[in-house]
Design a protein around this ligand. Structure first.
Ligand code: ZN
Length: 375
């Protein structure tokens, strides 16, 4: 694995890079669609490739429960099981244990919890999380961590961070597969001194890249941006910096300017399958009645499969009648929109005009929520 920063923007901290992984190269900044259950909901791997996805996310917590690691191992790993031959990143399951499971009991050893499906009792430890991720065979795997919610007090965050650093060290020791790289996760909630301490502790252990966790967990947006800018600014400059789980188009465009390289979020897929689509002029709720006789594509500038072939009126009709093609077209459009603006962001960094690109994008995108109409 190799990470190279190819160009740094002179005005913002944005940077262009290349990440070479076991299953291929990834241009950064990049957006990874989320494939929680070994599928990016309602899309095929061929469609994901066509719309430009270079790397996707898988989920240790969910896949460890269903279908279970033995079945994926027998299939030859997650890539073969889901028929995706480009890079995959798996998270450690830490975030899901804290956001989905019941009856969590945290001990120095790990976390015991009841799963959200059958309510059975499980224990996840740093070693077990790494073992599962090694069996899944992703290109990038993550340390097991505790992600405190918001709001949380300073004392609790201190203790949590101490435990998370111990778990990071144990994750590092448990990681033996040289074809995968392991990222540390920066925690510390809203406390800048703890964010700094977290980075120092992780750097001492040494990781191939660093995730920024514990953002977008309920804190106000301005605070989220402030923390992201501060923390990304002090994360190691020669390693990939991955902001975990934040991802409206505004979030991404803004955080690229802080120097972040990798992103993932369920926003494009979740919104798309519910009939909210993104355009350069903001969000458009295509299932609304006002589009029933609108025969233009979702976005006239978009080159995606949905916009090349279907109208707002048709897609609105699909949503209105509960036809699953509607969910698919909404998803395909949104994923294309995300990959397309990441491509444009990379071009802007390469050409040294990122600040102007960012301003123009945000000005246009923020004009009106329903302004996809340009009326
Ligand atoms: Zn489109």
């Amino acid at each position: 694995m190799e990470f190279t920063v190819l160009k740094k923007d002179k005005i913002t901290a944005a940077r262009l890079g290349k990440l070479v992984l076991a299953h291929g190269e990834v241009d950064t900044p990049c957006f990874m669609p989320v494939g929680t259950q070994a599928t990016v909901k309602s899309t095929t791997p061929e469609e994901l490739k066509e719309l430009g996805a270079q790397m996707i996310l898988g989920n240790t917590y969910h896949l460890g429960l269903r279908p279970g690691i033995e079945i994926i191992k027998k299939a030859g790993g997650l890539h073969k099981f889901m028929h995706w031959d480009r890079p995959i990143l798996t998270d450690s399951g830490g975030y899901q244990v804290f956001s989905l499971a019941d009856l969590r009991e945290i001990t120095p050893e790990g976390v015991t919890f009841r799963d959200h499906i059958e309510g059975s009792l499980h224990t996840l430890t740093p070693e077990k999380s790494i073992r599962i991720q090694q069996a899944l065979g992703a290109d990038v795997i993550m340390v097991f961590d505790e992600c405190p919610g918001y709001p949380v007090d300073y004392d609790y965050t201190c203790k949590s961070l101490e435990l998370t650093l111990q778990w990071a060290l144990r994750s590092r020791k448990a990681h033996t597969d040289g074809s995968q790289i392991l990222f540390g996760i920066v925690q510390g909630s809203v406390f800048k001194d703890l964010r700094k301490k977290s980075i120092e502790g992780l750097e001492e252990i040494g990781f191939a890249g660093y995730g920024l966790g514990g953002l977008s967990v309920g804190e106000p947006k301005e605070l989220m941006f402030e923390l992201a800018e501060y923390t990304v600014g002090i994360m190691p400059a020669d390693k990939p910096r991955y902001i975990m789980g934040t991802g409206t188009p505004e979030d991404l465009i803004t955080q690229i300017a802080y120097g972040a390289d990798m992103f993932d979020c369920t926003v494009p897929t979740r919104y798309g399958r519910n009939g909210t689509v993104f355009t350069p002029y903001g969000k458009l709720v295509v299932r609304n009645a006002k589009y029933k006789d609108d025969h233009r594509p979702i976005d006239e500038e978009c080159g995606c499969y949905a916009c090349r072939n279907y109208s707002r009126a048709y897609i609105r009709h699909l949503f209105n009648t509960g036809e699953i093609l509607g969910n698919r077209l909404g998803t395909l459009h949104n994923l294309y929109f995300y990959q397309d603006f990441m491509r444009k962001a990379r071009v802007a960094i390469r050409e040294g005009v990122y600040e102007r690109f960012q301003k123009e994008f945000l000005d246009r995108f923020g004009k009106s929520v329903e302004a996809g109409n340009k009326e």
